[in-house]
Design a protein around this ligand. Structure first.
Ligand SMILES: Nc1nc2c(c(=O)[nH]1)N[C@H]1C(S)=C(S)[C@@H](COP(=O)(O)OP(=O)(O)OC[C@H]3O[C@@H](n4cnc5c(=O)[nH]c(N)nc54)[C@H](O)[C@@H]3O)O[C@H]1N2
Ligand SMILES: Nc1nc2c(c(=O)[nH]1)N[C@H]1C(S)=C(S)[C@@H](COP(=O)(O)OP(=O)(O)OC[C@H]3O[C@@H](n4cnc5c(=O)[nH]c(N)nc54)[C@H](O)[C@@H]3O)O[C@H]1N2
Ligand code: SF4
Ligand SMILES: [Mo]
Length: 674
């Protein structure tokens, strides 16, 4: 028995450091380690409870397989790696001969967050092949990061550890307890020094229990709330005119747009009272330093980008930047010297290769609406039938017999069941990788702690071998993991005093803030926008999305209720959903007024439906959700249903204002007794 260092590879802002207990070649226990100062030896329950079973349990794919039954039947036979790779080469080559290389599509998202497993040799392979490109960030994070980039450029903002200095913390669309766990003790520490806490969320989430103020907002209306606060700040004389003059572009237009929503009307749109908004504005004006910690929940609707921009406008017009603990948290990714082009090599791609939005893939496959149809799909790092919006269309898409599908995953997911060939992927416990973070500034490296399970291989080796099968023997396609790691953070070795990224000692965490010191916007860091100012008016957004000014759009629907599907505390999106411990279905949270109006009682089985699908769940009557809003978490597998439809079956493929991003929380539905 030994305890070895590792890192959490999941899609989570925290990127905890691990101590992994290994016994006879097996991962038997995963605990937090103190290597990462933000995560301080604590990890979440879902990970400590699930990982050993995820790695060694019955869901694990042990060897390559070929489909023997109809798509979706789950009937497979064992084949060798050589047979599997030869068959992929055969089928893909036949498709390329008939339709061209753009008829092949990698369908991958964010399963592993290690830089190598997340996107390195795989991308080199698809670039070299000339496959259709996939725009991934519309699925998550792209709306927020586009809004952030337009407003602050590539400047980092406050890192989480600094929040302890704040006197007011606003947790905005951010379910801290479930999806940003390590912010909770920092908030607690700030509170112990007298800080106030405000939570803005359609649901009274757990952290709201400790809040001094909770604003139960109607989803998609954050921009209007920010408008109302801006007007109140103005009325109070709390605008910082000097700061605006020197550092903010477009504040006048922002205030003009804000004034179109008088307090009463704004309150009505947001589902709040004018008094609540006034009280929040007053608290915000009077608290220094005041920090806003935004999550991703508020980006997933038609106004997501403008919501984020409008929230970023508040510290700008109120002059909250320039002090430790003031402003907004975020931009950690900007601290890492990631040169992803060197890692993924888009230069290998033929000029003008087309690119498709990940949210449209279901439609393109199902309706075959492209000039060059997609005939070969490679699914990896992704569970599309569970996580994509309009789930029923994605199922129809992957069920087509005329599309050849390769699936590659650690475990047998609902999406793998549609694959013609399945390849077994190794977990990060079985290979070396390097980890940046998107919610804190620490860089970490981890080495394998066990041998690959069964015949599993790391993503890098799978695509290296596939490249060789296609005869791609050039250096970039045969680079070793060590070479990839050094390419991933090209230039960093200089900052690390000559230590190459692949030589960073395991069990340590390197702060990317150490060059600049603690980041304080407008003290030692400035917006990296074209004007050098905080841009509330954006030429970049005008060009890309016709969104120069920050505005609000209404959503009209004949369905009266909004259903949101945020993070669950048991899964990371759908990861771990296959484990026995996650056999049970989530509930549908509904406000008592909505339940009563429909004659529904707590625990009753209900049908939730719209034009896209129908989902059956047991209702949980609770005033934690606001009237008109339902909540059921993302990520449950088909085994938790009777009809293979989960909450994603209700989510539209409509696009947010920025980045053509996902609108999961713009789902409108009706509910009736089942
Ligand atoms: N336990 C757990 N942790 C996770 C994940 C997981 O699945 N489970 N997923 C990971 C991933 S991929 C991501 S992107 C992050 C996401 O984590 P978060 O940033 O927390 O995002 P969500 O869980 O989607 O939503 C956060 C909160 O936003 C609220 N919300 C929804 N719509 C709106 C709105 O219009 N306005 C406002 N103000 N609030 C709104 C929701 O009620 C929810 O409480 O978490 C990561 N961490
Ligand atoms: N209804 C609804 N759906 C949503 C959202 C929502 O708010 N509502 N939010 C969305 C969000 S925030 C996100 S980020 C996306 C996430 O969507 P996905 O990135 O598809 O997330 P997961 O469901 O975790 O699936 C990742 C898969 O990668 C596999 N995997 C892990 N490591 C490896 C590896 O090294 N190699 C290979 N080959 N496979 C590996 C895992 O086993 C898992 O099956 O889902 C979105 N889906
Ligand atoms: S999922 Fe997040 S909180 Fe849980 S162990 Fe991984 S990084 Fe830490
Ligand atoms: Mo996400």
């Amino acid at each position: 028995m030994e305890v070895l260092p590792s890192v959490c590879p999941l899609d989570c802002p925290d990127t905890c450091s691990f101590d992994v207990t290994v016994d006879q070649g097996k991962v038997v226990k995963v605990r937090g380690s103190k290597a990462n100062p933000v995560t301080r030896g604590v990890i979440c329950n879902k990970v400590s409870r699930s990982y050993p079973d995820f790695v060694h349990g019955e869901g694990r794919i042990p060897h390559p397989m070929r489909r023997t039954g109809p798509k979706g039947s789950g009937r497979y036979e064992r084949i060798s790696w050589d047979e599997a790779l030869a068959e992929i080469e055969n089928q893909f080559s036949a498709i390329i001969n008939e339709y061209g290389s753009e008829a092949i599509l990698p369908l991958n998202y964010a399963g592993p967050h290690g830089m190598l497993a997340g996107g390195s040799m795989d991308m080199r392979f698809f670039h070299r092949l000339g496959a259709t490109q996939l725009k991934r960030n519309p699925m998550c994070g792209g709306v927020k990061s586009t809004a952030y980039k337009a407003t602050l450029g590539s400047a980092p903002a406050m890192q989480p550890e600094q929040i302890i200095h704040a006197k007011l913390i606003v947790v905005w669309g951010n379910n801290v307890t479930f999806s940003n766990l390590h912010l909770a003790p920092l908030i607690k520490e700030a509170k112990s020094h007298g800080a106030k806490l405000v939570v803005v969320d359609p649901k009274r989430i757990k952290i709201a229990e400790q809040a001094d103020m909770f604003l139960g907002i109607q989803p998609g209306t954050d921009v209007v709330l920010a408008f109302a606060i801006a007007q109140e700040l103005e009325a109070m004389g709390a605008l910082d005119h000097d700061f605006i003059e020197n550092h903010v572009l477009g504040a006048d237009r922002f205030m003009e747009e804000a004034r179109r929503y008088p307090l009463e009307e704004a309150a009505k749109i947001c589902g709040l009272t004018p008094e609540e908004i006034k009280a929040f504005a007053k608290l915000y004006a009077e608290s220094n330093p005041a920090a806003i910690a935004m999550g991703n929940g508020l980006e997933r609707n038609r106004n997501g980008g403008n919501g984020v921009r409008a929230i970023l406008a508040l510290p700008a017009i109120a002059g909250k930047f320039g002090v430790r603990g003031g402003g907004v948290t975020g931009g950690s990714g900007n601290l890492f010297p990631k040169t992803s082009d060197k890692l993924t090599r888009p230069d290998l791609l033929p000029y003008n290769t087309r690119s498709l939005n990940i949210l449209d893939v279901g439609r393109h496959l199902d309706e075959q609406d492209l000039e060059i149809p997609i005939k070969g799909v490679f699914i990896y790092n992704h569970n599309p039938v569970i996580v994509a919006p309009d789930q029923n269309q994605m199922k129809r898409a992957l069920a087509r017999e005329d599309i050849f599908i390769v699936g590659c995953d650690v475990v047998m997911t609902d999406s793998m069941a549609y694959a013609d060939i399945i390849l077994p992927a190794a977990t990060h416990f079985e290979h070396d990788d390097i980890f940046g973070a998107y919610g804190q500034p620490y860089l970490q490296r981890a080495e394998a702690v066990i041998e690959p399970v069964g015949e599993a291989l790391p993503n890098t080796e799978i695509f290296r071998r596939l490249a060789a099968t296609f005869g791609f023997n050039e250096a970039p396609l045969q680079a070793t993991d060590k070479e990839l790691m050094d390419d991933a953070l090209d230039g960093l070795s200089v900052k690390l005093n000559g230590v190459a990224p692949s030589e960073i000692p395991v069990g340590t965490a390197i702060s990317m803030e150490r060059e600049v010191g603690e980041v304080i916007l407008f003290q030692n860091t400035y917006p990296a926008t074209p004007s050098g100012k905080i841009e509330l008016q954006s030429d970049m957004l005008e060009q890309q999305f016709k969104e120069r000014d920050i505005t609000y759009k209404e959503l009209k629907s004949s369905y009266p209720l909004t259903i949101i599907s945020p993070s669950s505390n048991k899964l990371i999106t759908s990861t771990f959903g296959g484990l026995k411990s996650n056999d049970g279905a989530p509930t549908l949270e509904m406000h008592p007024e909505d339940a009563q109006r429909r004659g529904l009682s707590d625990g009753q089985r209900v049908r939730i439906f719209n034009e896209l699908g129908e989902v059956f769940l047991n209702v949980e009557v609770t005033d934690a959700v606001r009237p008109g809003v339902l909540c059921s978490p993302k990520g449950s597998w088909f085994k938790t249903t009777d009809n293979n439809q989960t909450v994603s079956a209700l989510a539209p493929t409509s696009k947010a204002d920025l980045c053509e991003g996902a609108c999961y929380n713009d789902a409108r539905v009706e509910v009736e007794a089942a």
